[in-house]
Design a protein around this ligand. Structure first.
Ligand SMILES: C[S@@+](CC[C@H](N)C(=O)[O-])C[C@H]1O[C@@H](n2cnc3c(N)ncnc32)[C@H](O)[C@@H]1O
Length: 372
């Protein structure tokens, strides 16, 4: 949030630092007279009007509009989050052994993300040098290797490197696994024919640096295939920005009398490591984030990060096609395809044929294909 930054002090108050001098204005809600800084969101104001019992509630709401989420999360916070568990592990809660785990992992992934083998040209990797950035549990990496690619996987975390190494081992595949950062790749110029990165670059603090690095390590005419989260999607507008925000907002308001005591516990402690969006604990973690960050947590540009991979995920932006295109200015033949509308995770009765029609229009994944 611009304007003020703050931090909690021991005495249950916020120490506030003003960073600009934005004007204030007065607005009236019913019988209540509230002093708001220009730019304060209307959902907060509406909350004041609907839920405020007395002026004390108003003070609380105003006082909490003091997070400082404008600075980008650090690479270390990104690493710390992804280190809690290799990406997607929570989709396989039960398994007999390693082999069973990876079989179930692939079955789940390509059943729910059935578009991946259709869109990603794994067969083109044959006898080519393929670099994957952000490897998770190694399912796509295994597909590149099965198709005859000379596969190298890079990830920030030991969790993903170990998971992918194990995955290759149980399938008897060859690969090279390197701990590293997409924004500073440790490979010579023009090393790879294909660079693939699925659901990763929107999680790194400087996506443009990562794309510049990919451009550098690609051979002339080399191909890049990237998946980013797609802003103009049902998931972004309906699930995240409307339903989830309203639920968090309601949860926060219902606990308005306890913010002071709850905040003490919320400001410390290790990551819970919760992934996905199904657990009941989810709303408590969003509430804890709110206690740390203030109302700015619910701003669209901040809230989005916490609604796909887990509420503690520090960074996961969503991009429109035109926003994404600007990042690929150094590449040529840029093509985009939209995919992934996993509504049947929540409504099993939803016809698959309709999912197939809607996914390329309002899906959550934006695939970008380009050449150097
Ligand atoms: C959402 S998961 C995607 C994993 C996999 N591609 C998939 O589709 O399941 C993001 C992965 O990117 C890794 N990652 C995030 N930022 C990175 C960076 N700057 N450099 C390398 N890996 C990164 C994380 O550690 C994590 O394994």
């Amino acid at each position: 949030m611009s304007g003020v930054s703050g931090r909690p002090t021991n005495s249950n108050t916020w120490q506030v630092t003003r960073t600009d001098k934005r004007p204030t204005e007065n607005r009236t809600f019913g019988s209540r007279h509230v002093c708001l800084r220009r730019g304060v969101r209307w959902d907060v104001a509406l909350g004041v009007a609907l839920a405020g019992k007395n002026w004390l509630t108003l003070i609380k709401l105003e006082r909490y509009n003091r997070g400082n989420m404008d600075s980008k999360p650090s690479l270390e916070s990104v690493r710390e989050f992804w280190e809690t568990e290799a990406c997607g592990t929570h989709f396989v809660p039960n398994c007999a052994d390693k082999k069973d785990f990876y079989a179930k992992f692939r079955e789940y992934r390509y059943r729910t993300e059935w578009h991946i083998p259709l869109l990603v040209p794994f067969a083109e990797g044959k006898a080519k040098k393929v670099l994957e950035i952000g490897i998770g549990n190694g399912a796509d990496g295994a597909l590149w290797a099965m198709n005859g690619a000379f596969y190298t996987g890079v990830d920030l975390t030991d969790a993903a490197l170990e998971a992918t190494r194990n995955h290759f081992e149980v399938l008897g595949l060859q690969g090279t696994f390197v701990k590293g950062n997409a924004e500073q790749l440790d490979f010579p110029d023009a090393s790879f024919d294909i660079v693939y990165s699925h659901g990763v670059l929107m999680c790194t603090p400087n996506m443009q640096s990562a794309l510049d690095e990919i451009h550098r390590v690609l051979k002339p005419n080399g191909r890049i295939i990237v998946m980013l989260y797609h802003k103009h999607s049902f998931n972004y507008y309906a699930r995240i920005m409307t339903i989830m925000r309203l639920r968090v907002f309601t949860y926060v308001l219902l606990r308005a009398n306890r913010w002071r005591t709850d905040r003490e516990a919320a400001t410390s402690g290790p990551l819970v490591g919760l992934r996905g969006n199904e657990s009941r604990e989810l709303w408590q973690i969003h509430y804890r984030n709110f206690l740390k960050e203030g109302w700015s947590y619910l701003k669209a540009k901040n809230f989005v990060h916490h609604c796909t991979d887990g509420p503690e995920c520090p960074l996961a932006s969503a991009y429109s096609k035109s926003e994404a295109r600007k990042f690929f200015a150094n590449f040529h033949s840029v093509e985009m395809k939209v995919a992934h509308f996993p509504i049947r995770r929540y409504c099993q009765w939803f016809p698959f044929v309709l999912e197939k029609i809607l996914a390329p229009k309002i899906g959550w994944y934006l695939f970008i294909f380009a050449s150097k």
